[in-house]
Design a protein around this ligand. Structure first.
Ligand code: SF4
Ligand code: SF4
Length: 439
């Protein structure tokens, strides 16, 4: 029997993976795209094109001159219509480059495969390829991947591809594993070469038996790579839970997986690395699961970055019910959106559209009844009930003493709270106040 890995705490949430059997389909070319110059953690990029310029697919349109950050590329060919500022999902004003699509899909002439075989490529060259391709964590975290590789060099000897996809509803990674497993494994091999790693692991939850079987077949004969089957439990996709499940090692507060010898990237990020290395393609599109009870025909859609949420939802037949909530990402960690015309970015793993019937969270919020369920289920072994009380009383220093900054905002506590206390929201307020005070 296959050994199954797991972690302590967490929850068995309703999976709702109804779109897992639906092949990825390509969004028809949008007439315009609005590409934000910040789709990653770090400094915003600065535009290097002007209104009226002609651009082609994969052309650099924004650069980060110094510090952490990724370049931004055009996802369609056409003419720059305008450069405007719009607020992103966090309410931060970000410059967007709006491109009128000429429908010709003219590729940038700079796009060509890397000139050397992998064995002759240095770690620094791989860092540079990944940086130039604008790749940031596609699981939703959007941390620049080149910086992750850089910081893991000399520290990590194990590369883990995070194929858990533990958030309910999202099946974009599942489809990628079934349809492009060679790209996911290719990215893993590139990362293993960069880090001179002794082992590569594809970590998949056991609710994807077809993907597990396919990956096991695909890695047969690759001695350093193995497929590890994880028990389906939320939040198995959190990096700390993966490391604990696989090696029973806890990552201390303030440390990273690389400090425990591991580098972890999401499956779609791995595929993007492979595309950048073998085909020279920068990151200009991603797979988005579009679903929810309002959506007529849920789909997994490959969308160019910058296409609007509305276009994706219309492509899925539009809404059959009055939408109450639109979420970018999963229902546990995603963010509610207010603008249907907001663009798909590198962090948009899903678009969920729910009616009032499904949006009942916190409707009956009462006081804490001290049941302890939030403590029992917290994968970070925190005391969310105390953190909430301190946040409510604005005693943020007390919350800090109870390690509020270690909260990964997974939402497991809120999900399990019988009183409906919006625990994560209070925790976010406390974390924000502590960050502001530090600044
Ligand atoms: S306190 Fe933070 S880490 Fe713990 S369950 Fe709640 S959201 Fe997750
Ligand atoms: S789960 Fe809710 S009611 Fe129970 S202790 Fe935690 S905050 Fe209080």
């Amino acid at each position: 029997m296959t050994k199954k890995f797991t972690f302590r705490g967490g929850s068995h949430v309703h999976e709702h993976k109804e779109t897992a059997g639906l092949k990825t389909v390509r969004l028809p070319e949008p007439s315009t795209v609005s590409i934000p110059l910040s789709q990653h953690i770090g400094a915003h990029a600065k535009p290097v094109v002007q209104k009226g310029d002609t651009v082609c697919v994969g052309q650099v349109i924004g650069v980060v001159e110094s510090g952490l950050g990724c370049p931004v590329h055009a996802s369609v060919s056409g003419v720059v219509k305008e450069i405007l500022t719009r607020h992103n999902a966090q309410g931060v004003p970000v410059q967007n480059i709006v491109i009128e699509n000429d429908g010709l899909h003219t590729m940038c002439p700079d796009i060509k495969p890397w000139e050397k075989p992998l064995e002759e490529t240095t770690a620094e060259e791989i860092v540079s390829i990944v940086r130039n391709a604008g790749i940031s964590g596609l699981g939703g975290a959007t941390f620049p991947t080149y910086a992750k590789i850089q910081s893991a060099i000399g520290k990590a000897d194990t590369v883990i591809i995070n194929c858990a996809e533990c958030e309910p509803y999202i099946t974009a990674n599942h489809r990628l594993l079934l349809e492009r497993s060679e790209a996911v494994i290719g990215g893993l091999e590139i990362l293993m070469h960069a880090l001179n790693a002794k082992e590569g692991i594809l970590a998949v939850e056991d609710n994807k038996p077809d993907a597990i079987a396919l990956l096991q077949k695909a890695v047969k004969g690759k001695e350093k790579i193995r497929v590890c089957v994880m028990k389906t439990k939320y939040p198995q996709g959190d990096e700390r839970q993966i490391v604990y499940a696989l090696f029973h090692r806890e990552i201390p507060a303030g440390k990273l997986p690389a400090d425990e010898g591991c580098m972890i990237v999401n499956a779609e990020t791995s595929a993007a690395i492979s595309r950048a290395f073998y085909r020279g393609l920068p990151l200009v599109s991603r797979i988005v699961t579009v679903t929810g009870d309002c959506v007529k025909e849920p789909k997994n859609v490959r969308s160019p970055l910058g296409a609007s949420y509305r276009e994706l939802i219309d492509f899925c037949g539009g809404c059959v019910k009055e939408p109450k909530k639109l979420i970018s990402g999963g229902p546990m960690m995603g963010q509610a959106q207010w603008d249907m015309d907001a663009p798909v970015t590198k962090g948009t793993s899903a678009l969920l559209v729910f009616s009032e019937e499904y949006d009942k969270i916190n409707q009956y919020h009462s006081a804490c009844i001290h049941c302890g369920r939030c403590v029992e289920h917290c994968p970070m072994h925190l005391m969310p009930n105390y953190l909430t009380q301190y946040a409510q009383a604005r005693k943020y220093d007390e919350a800090a003493k109870f390690n509020v900054m270690s909260c990964v905002e997974c939402g497991t506590c809120s999900y399990n709270c019988p009183a409906g206390v919006p625990i994560v929201q209070y925790i976010r307020v406390a974390k924000g106040a502590l960050r502001a005070a530090k600044k």
